[in-house]
Design a binder for this molecule. Structure first.
Ligand SMILES: NC(=O)C1=CN([C@@H]2O[C@H](COP(=O)(O)OP(=O)(O)OC[C@H]3O[C@@H](n4cnc5c(N)ncnc54)[C@H](O)[C@@H]3O)[C@@H](O)[C@H]2O)C=CC1
Ligand SMILES: O=C(CO)COP(=O)(O)O
Length: 305
């Protein structure tokens, strides 16, 4: 298959490597490429987007050629979206609103790119309302070291990968404060509960969040120092400023932008997101990591759920 990958960062180059290893004809585009974006994607049967959220709209604006099928691997929320649910919010929705006739799939899972680049085994999920596309993408990526499952809940799959980044910042801060295994387990579990609360309110299936793109990715990102989002939380807990952390960070920590958009929308819609709210306040410099812990521990008592 002729495949074009947009974005040559950590994830784009890793995904390009996976499909190239499977014998596909792969071209890759980044802002620094000499070849134009339109030339790179011309005649591609599949376009894979792995740009960070802040690049999605500007990339789309440059494209003037039709695309038969798009796979988006970005994990973020569009900051231009308001509470009007008709507005595109997730990367796949932004792509679909620009390319109404294209088939769209989402690729998401516990996929720390450095481990995949080392040849270590990993699994992921491709979700689409178009089963033919999901099957095609599954075949394109599947190998003895990359196991791909299909899923028919693209919204849940995309939200899982996006929302866990905010929880990973909280867990990084928890580890940076050396709060122990009990605290970390509580944060991950209650983090999953708030991901499901928001996700199901927005129309995703709860069971999707217990799969690879939800719990799976939450565990990966919350337990590895390779995660940039985890590194942000860890650094803040060690008293470093966000600017200093970002100057030294290798790549993008999407949870920073995601928490802002997420907390704004959840507040407008009356959806309780206590951990994400404390992460947002921490990133804005409104609260210290220790005070955020106190706030979470001293909330009104309630039943689990
Ligand atoms: N690195 C990883 O392990 C994984 C990353 N992801 C997701 O993939 C996305 C990209 O992540 P990474 O490759 O790790 O980040 P990165 O920081 O290494 O690369 C970001 C890419 O986006 C491009 N980009 C950013 N702004 C742009 C703009 N305005 N116009 C054109 N291109 C622009 C950059 O040039 C670069 O190619 C993120 O949404 C991330 O959450 C998903 C799974 C795994
Ligand atoms: O999404 C990821 C792993 O699945 C990558 O996590 P980070 O963006 O936190 O590095």
């Amino acid at each position: 298959m002729k495949i074009a990958v947009i974005g040559a960062g950590a994830w784009g180059s890793t995904l390009a490597g996976l499909v190239r290893e499977n014998g596909h004809d792969v071209s890759i585009w980044s802002r620094r490429s000499e070849r134009s974006l339109n030339d790179t994607i011309a005649n591609a049967e599949l376009v894979i987007s792995a740009v960070s959220m802040k690049g999605v709209r500007s990339v789309i604006e440059q494209i003037s050629t039709p695309i038969p099928a798009i796979v988006t691997a970005t994990k973020g929320l569009d900051s231009q979206s308001g509470s009007d649910q008709a507005l595109p919010l997730l990367p796949s929705q932004v792509w679909q609103s620009a390319f109404a006739k294209s088939a769209i799939a989402v690729l998401s899972g516990p996929n720390l790119s450095k481990e995949i680049q080392q040849g270590l085994p990993a699994a992921s999920v491709v979700a689409s309302q178009d089963q033919t596309l999901a099957d095609q993408v599954q075949r394109a990526f599947s190998s003895s070291r990359f196991r791909v499952y299909t899923n028919s809940d693209p919204l849940g799959v995309e939200l899982g990968g996006t929302l866990k980044n905010v929880i990973a910042i909280a867990v990084g801060a928890c580890d940076g404060l050396q709060l122990g295994t009990n605290a970390k387990s509580a944060l991950v579990t209650r983090g999953l509960a708030e991901m499901i609360r928001l996700g199901t309110t927005w129309g995703a299936k709860s069971e999707t969040f217990y799969g690879l793109s939800g719990l799976g990715d939450l565990l990966a990102t919350c337990s590895s120092a390779l995660s940039r989002n985890y590194q942000v939380g860890f650094g803040l807990a060690q008293g470093r400023s966000l600017d200093e952390i970002l100057t030294n960070l290798e790549g993008t920590a999407e949870g920073i932008n995601t928490s802002q958009v997420l907390v704004r929308l959840a507040t407008e819609q009356g959806i309780s997101m206590p951990i994400s709210t404390q992460v947002d306040r921490l990133l804005r410099g409104e609260i210290t990591p220790q005070l955020a812990v106190n706030e979470l521990m001293q909330r009104d008592s309630k039943p689990e759920g």
